[in-house]
Design a protein around this ligand. Structure first.
Ligand code: G4P
Length: 539
């Protein structure tokens, strides 16, 4: 297969959801279809989670939540009629389920070409989904929606569609439609393929689809009963009336989300989702670098690091830097340029991820994720190229929600602590701010759990002890001049002087204002009109 075909058949995406909506279950079912795993998750999804997917970190084993973001690749050849028979290479980037690790998920979203959002039919759109969707919207990422748990009583499907449109700010188009729900759930009609799938609760086997050329076919009435058949026909008519026909272009622009209904646990509606996904989801898309736009079809290799995973094997103190290949072919043992360091490097053991296994690879293509064993050379956001000076954009830091002073609890281990903090911050575990006046270090996180992870890892990986001390902060914002004028410069200097005890530097040495209340922040915004206060580091 030539290079262009290799890229064209790649689909790199993430599944995102509010915890418990069914992301892990859906991931496992997709892997099952790809033949990548052979045991259905329903056996006990926790078990699979423990052994198969993303339990690389000790802490995750302890807490049973998905802390790490891992990658799962598999091959899939569509089987439903109408689909092309070529095989696709699918890379699923798993994202941490826990909301305290939202920042990790945001970064993962910079490395995918599309997203599947899982929504619990009973709960509808939840907070975490809303926040993740904001990031998708910012990046115009194409999204598909899977409404899960139709085997349980949930909200009315039309209400759910309205909710998705209103809450996620995206137009929707149902491509499958449920026939009842809960105890009375009979199946889904696939609007995309014009097939009917009858539901039999089964965690392992898939029911055969029945194809119809016309929804008025009397056989449908025979199969699901007159009442449900009438309701289905009415619903489908309403759908055709209310929603404009599915437009792939709008989907690819991130403006329209196709919606599927099903039950991941019962392996129902998953295949339809997957078959439609491989057909319409984008192959690797061009990526913006500061210097220029990089097209995946370019022959020369470029890539950026979106995640660093420490100590996957507790017996070896090494990290794995996850690189998204933006263009060209990455080859083992070939020299590439580490742009930030200005150094040529080669990698003798790059890994790719096939389902739960990681394997050494000789080459990988645009769209793929390679894991490079690392001993502290890489930071999140680093670029590797075949030689060109390029810097990829779009790995913003978001203003954290919680702040604490980090103090050394063992005076003999100051060095270890400093090293640990630096490395953990390079990995993007949390954000570090150093007060410009006192020099005290402040850690900013999205949630309490991150503090616990940091403390645990400092102790177990760096043999350093830390202590947390409270600090009452409302927000951290990056400050920047509104223009280049001398007046603005003077205003910034004045602001920094007056607020000296609230000024900090982030890891990149940028000025950050630590506002201790919403009032203080809005007063500052009112009084200093030449200063822009930003809540993400990318502006
Ligand atoms: P997450 O990764 O989004 O957090 O969700 P996960 O897949 O772990 O699913 C959360 C719970 O929802 C699990 O139950 C799972 O079995 C259940 N679930 C997933 N899909 C469906 C579905 O289609 N129908 C129904 N009825 N339940 C579903 P659990 O009790 O938390 O875990 P387990 O003991 O079943 O493993």
């Amino acid at each position: 297969m030539n290079y262009t075909d290799e890229i064209r058949r790649r689909r790199t995406f993430a599944i995102i959801s509010h915890p418990d909506a069914g992301k892990t279950t859906l991931t496992e079912k997709l892997l099952l279809y790809g033949g990548a795993i052979h045991v259905a998750g329903a056996v006990k999804s926790n078990k699979i989670r423990k052994t198969a997917t993303s339990d690389w970190m000790e802490i995750e084993k302890q807490r049973g939540i998905s802390v790490a973001t891992s990658v799962m690749g598999f091959e899939y050849t569509p089987t439903l009629s109408g689909a092309e028979a070529e095989s696709f290479h699918i890379n699923i980037l798993d994202t941490p389920g826990h909301q305290d690790f939202a920042e990790d998920t945001f970064r993962t979203l910079t490395a995918v070409d599309s997203v599947i959002i899982v929504i619990d039919a009973a709960k509808g759109v939840e907070t975490q989904t809303r926040r993740l969707m904001e990031v998708c919207r910012m990046r115009k990422t194409p999204v598909m929606v899977f409404i899960n748990k139709m085997d349980r009583e949930g909200k009315d499907p039309f209400d759910l569609l309205d909710e998705v449109e209103a809450e996620l700010g995206i137009r929707v188009r149902p491509l499958s439609w449920p026939i009842n729900m809960g105890q009375r759930f009979k199946g889904v009609y696939n609007v995309f393929q014009q097939t009917l799938d009858l539901y039999t609760p089964n965690k392992q086997v898939v029911t055969e689809s029945i194809r119809f050329d016309d929804v008025n076919d009397p056989q449908i009435t025979e199969l699901i009963g007159e009442k449900d058949a009438d309701k289905l026909r009415q619903d489908l008519e309403l759908i055709e009336g209310v929603y404009s026909p599915f437009d792939k272009g709008e989907y690819l622009q991130g403006e329209l989300a196709p919606v599927f209904f099903g039950s991941a646990l019962n392996t129902f509606g998953v295949k339809e989702l997957l078959e439609c996904f491989v057909q319409i989801a984008p192959s690797p898309r061009p990526i913006e670098a500061l210097e220029r736009r990089v097209d995946p079809m370019e022959e020369k290799f470029t890539g950026f690091c979106f995640k660093i995973h420490a100590n996957m094997d507790p017996n070896h103190r090494s990290c794995i830097a996850f690189f998204k290949i933006c263009s060209g072919t990455f080859e083992r043992n070939v020299y590439y340029k580490h742009i930030r360091k200005g150094q040529m490097m080669r990698f003798s053991a790059p890994t790719c991820f096939m389902a739960q296994k990681k394997e050494t690879v000789d080459e990988a293509f645009a769209g793929d994720i390679v894991g490079l064993p690392d001993t502290g050379n890489f930071k999140i956001g680093d670029t590797l190229t075949a030689g060109e000076e390029l810097h990829f954009k779009g790995l913003p830091s978001f203003s954290p929600e919680m702040f604490k002073y980090i103090e050394n609890a063992d005076p003999m281990k100051q060095k270890q602590l400093d090293k640990g903090i630096n490395q953990l911050m390079d990995e993007g575990v949390a954000q570090l701010f150093v007060n410009q006046l006192s020099g005290r270090k402040i850690i900013g996180t999205v949630g309490q759990l991150q503090f616990e992870v940091i403390q645990y890892r400092l102790e177990h990986e760096y043999q350093a002890m830390c202590r947390w001390e409270p600090i009452s902060l409302y927000k951290a914002c990056w400050i920047a001049p509104a223009d280049d004028s001398a007046e603005t410069k003077a205003e910034i200097e004045m602001f920094k002087k007056r607020k000296a005890q609230y000024m900090a530097l982030d890891k990149e040495g940028r000025d950050v204002f630590l506002a201790d209340s919403g009032y203080v922040l809005s007063m500052a915004q009112q009084d200093y009109t030449h200063i822009r206060f930003h809540f993400t580091s990318e502006f």
